[in-house]
Design a protein around this ligand. Structure first.
Ligand SMILES: [Zn+2]
Length: 83
């Protein structure tokens, strides 16, 4: 197997095994909500969103959507809040 092909195979394997291989440390994303755009940030297990619900409860549908997308590679927001 040439090196390009082996790298592609390895990349696919890593992507498929993302739940045990990938740990997200930080990111910032934008989500189009029902009425407005929201910015979500994640920094070493700590989630923030600029919507009202997340200020009140520490979690919101925008954060929950990102948790669902990223799976095991991020810390759950609800557990981090002790709820
Ligand atoms: Zn939100």
């Amino acid at each position: 197997m040439d090196s390009v092909a082996s790298r592609i195979v390895k990349a696919r394997q890593y992507a498929q095994e993302r739940d045990r291989r990938v740990r997200v440390h930080k990111f910032e994303v934008e989500i189009d909500g029902e009425h407005a755009k929201h910015t979500i940030t994640y920094n070493n297990g700590s989630w923030t969103c600029d919507c009202e619900e997340s200020q009140l409860r520490g979690v919101c549908p925008h954060i929950m959507a990102m948790e669902e997308i990223l799976g095991e590679s991020v810390e759950p927001a609800v557990t981090a809040q002790g709820v």
